[in-house]
Design a protein around this ligand. Structure first.
Ligand SMILES: Nc1ncnc2c1ncn2[C@@H]1O[C@H](COP(=O)(O)OP(=O)(O)O)[C@@H](O)[C@H]1O
Ligand SMILES: [Mg+2]
Length: 154
């Protein structure tokens, strides 16, 4: 089938609530051990999307903060959920210092803002989400990785 050849899936979001909803539907498809990398400029909607993913795991949206100052926040959900923001990471060695690897590839689910800061070190099966602002409230959201067919019908 043609669908099997699709490398990634593109969604258009017309506002923060739509981005949260795409995150929620993505979150519902995640399995223990999955890691999601979020790529995009400041203000592109990464944290907004994390709120939707977290809600799919039963975490209150209000508990999800811009993680820029904490780098890693782990939530006591089932499976455990780690929200990681690498914005302030400047060199690879800092990833060890903040305990980054303890949150990747275990039995929990992790989402990583500014995943480009750990590029080349991330698991091969990373689910990659790219967010691009194409207007004040319009975002182009691309999802790829693992079973691409999953992302065609979020
Ligand atoms: N379609 C959209 N999706 C996500 N955020 C949007 C959208 N339109 C406007 N915004 C606004 O853009 C900002 C995104 O902020 P945030 O999610 O913290 O981005 P990031 O984590 O990428 O820096 C918020 O102020 C949000 O209200
Ligand atoms: Mg953010």
């Amino acid at each position: 089938m043609l669908e099997g050849r699709i490398q990634n899936k593109k969604y258009i979001s017309k506002g923060p609530d739509e981005t949260k909803d795409i995150g929620y539907r993505l979150g519902k498809k995640l399995r223990p051990g999955d890691a999601v990398g979020l790529y995009g400029e400041l203000g592109s909607g990464k944290t907004t999307m994390v709120k939707g993913i977290a809600r799919a795991l039963g975490i209150e949206e209000i508990d999800i903060m811009s993680a820029s100052f904490t780098i890693i926040t782990e939530y006591d959900s089932d499976p455990p959920f780690s929200h990681i923001d690498l914005y302030r990471i400047e060199k690879d060695s800092e990833l060890d210092e903040v305990g980054f690897w303890e949150h990747i590839g275990g039995s929990g689910i992790s989402v990583i803002e500014w995943a480009e800061k750990a590029e080349n070190m991330l698991p091969e099966n990373l689910i990659r989400v790219g967010l691009t602002s194409v207007g004040e409230e319009i975002r182009e959201i691309t999802i790829e990785g693992r079973d691409e067919k999953d992302w065609n019908s979020l």
